[in-house]
Write a protein that binds this ligand. Structure first.
Ligand SMILES: *Cc1c(COP(=O)(O)O)cnc(C)c1O
Length: 227
């Protein structure tokens, strides 16, 4: 088996075990393969083995890959990096998911720029869960106002929440951060009953994230290698 597919199978196995340990339904956690900095050929290889969800951070790099991978028409592109307002058009026209919404202005631009021919863009709101200066995302008390804006825009579909946990956190701290995310999703569901997504967990912390209710894990290094 090719190395990347071998790595992907190991990650899928790890996900299934974490689901079982948490007594969660098998298959309730979806794997997003985070391909930033790796070439389109790597994405194509995994696509040929059945991987459909890919995560990218940098809009220009991603746009080049979408052109190279035009024939892989079942790819679901997940934008997981911060998006500046001058880059929203590409996201509106070519992405399936944006995980990092943190401002009403970006939501409004995406709504205006989303082509009528496409289904609504799936949106997760990013929470700065450990209140870190260096991270993007909103504070928990800003969630409901921003969510109401997204809910008012017909070309966006509010799916849930996303976070990047603190890099040097202990397992106890990780569990606190991810549990707080699950609590915030329940709060969001009081105004957005269809929000079903918790995008959290990366190569280093996916087991804890799954234990705490992640429905999407974003895994780069464990599949593609070091960046
Ligand atoms: C790069 C990145 C990932 C993947 O991280 P790994 O540690 O390589 O698995 C996940 N989420 C976001 C937001 C990222 O920027």
């Amino acid at each position: 088996m090719m190395k990347l597919e071998h790595n992907r199978q190991s990650v899928l196995q790890q996900i299934r075990i974490a689901e079982q340990n948490a007594q969660r339904v098998s298959g309730s956690v979806n794997l997003i393969a985070v391909s930033k900095t790796f070439p389109a050929a790597d994405i194509r290889q995994l696509y040929q083995h059945g991987q459909r969800d890919f995560g990218e951070n940098y809009i220009q790099e991603w746009q080049e890959k979408t052109i190279q991978l035009m024939d892989c028409n079942e790819i679901q592109w997940h934008i997981i990096g911060h998006v500046q307002s001058n880059k929203t058009r590409a996201v509106a026209e070519h992405a399936h998911w944006l995980h990092t919404l943190d401002r009403a202005k970006i939501a409004e631009r995406l709504h205006e720029q989303r082509p009528d021919s496409l289904p609504p863009l799936n949106i997760c709101i990013e929470i700065n869960i450990a209140n870190e200066r260096t991270k993007h995302g909103i504070q928990p008390d800003e969630l409901l106002p921003l969510a109401r804006t997204v809910l008012s825009l017909s070309k966006l579909r509010l799916r849930g929440l996303m976070c990047v946990a603190q890099a040097n956190a202990t397992e106890t701290e990780l569990r606190q951060q991810f549990n707080r995310m699950a609590e915030l999703l329940r709060q969001l569901q009081t105004i957005a009953p269809n929000a079903d997504t918790l995008s959290m967990g990366m190569s280093g912390d996916m087991n804890v994230a799954i234990e705490c209710g992640a429905t999407m894990v974003r895994v780069g290094t464990a599949i593609f290698g070091k960046r």
